[in-house]
Design a protein around this ligand. Structure first.
Ligand code: SF4
Ligand code: SF4
Length: 218
């Protein structure tokens, strides 16, 4: 899933300051799952913005709605009337959701309330951890399902770097396990240490973020 986190309240308040009538749009998918941009957060943000505006001597009206997925225009089309009545739209979705709203309603001013952080998985201790760097050329078959790009501090394709700590933690971050030690141990457990000897060739980054715009199937 995509992990988002709320922008600082002062920043959101500044972004909406020119407007007196806001539609806050939550996202029912990732943003809800990571407790940042669902209906509860949309309503809370609306309340906080109204209070802040009142304290500063102004007035503000807000309405909030949450769609199943902000990244899918099929779920945005029913918002047309509410968007038309709003002075601005505040998205609590990821950056994709913000852009999808802006595409769907080009006459509306869409304001991001979230910062989009990374593609993550849920860990056993209940935190979200980056698991994919969206490289566009997956090599998890060589690394026992552990992504060295996202989970090794240096993003090494051929590791470990030699700095793994005695306790198995990363030399660059004592709070995280060495990804390459995890890869080694999982390959060993599966009888595939032969893959440690495979030199992973430099990646073709053209399919990733460095290679320009990506489109499915093209
Ligand atoms: S190798 Fe690339 S596509 Fe596969 S998990 Fe890692 S970053 Fe994502
Ligand atoms: S110690 Fe392990 S995780 Fe950290 S940079 Fe080196 S190989 Fe990567």
């Amino acid at each position: 899933m995509i992990v988002v986190e709320a922008k600082p309240f002062a920043e959101i308040a500044r972004l909406v300051s020119p407007y007196r009538n806001l539609l806050l749009v939550g996202c029912g998918a990732c943003a809800t799952v990571c407790f940042a941009g669902g209906q509860t957060q949309a309503e809370s943000l609306g309340l906080a913005l109204r209070l802040q505006r009142r304290v500063s001597g102004g007035t503000l009206r807000t309405a909030s709605v949450t769609v199943t997925r902000q990244c899918d225009p099929a779920f945005l089309a029913p918002l047309g009337e509410a968007v038309a009545q709003a002075g601005a739209v505040v998205s609590l979705g990821c950056g994709v959701g913000v852009q999808q709203l802006a595409d769907e309603f080009p006459e509306a001013w869409v304001i991001p309330a979230m910062n989009t952080r990374f593609a993550a998985g849920l860990t056993a201790d209940g935190t979200w951890e980056e698991r994919c760097a969206l490289c566009g050329e997956c090599i998890l078959d060589l690394t026992a399902g552990i992504c060295p790009l996202a989970r090794c501090a240096k993003g090494l394709l051929n590791g470990p770097c030699g700095g793994t700590r005695e306790d198995g933690k990363c030399e660059a971050d004592a709070g995280r396990p060495c990804a390459w030690l995890m890869i080694y141990e999982r390959l060993a457990a599966r009888g595939r240490l032969d893959l440690m000897a495979v030199c992973r060739e430099p990646k073709d980054w053209r399919g990733g973020r460095m290679g320009g715009r990506r489109r499915d199937g093209k």
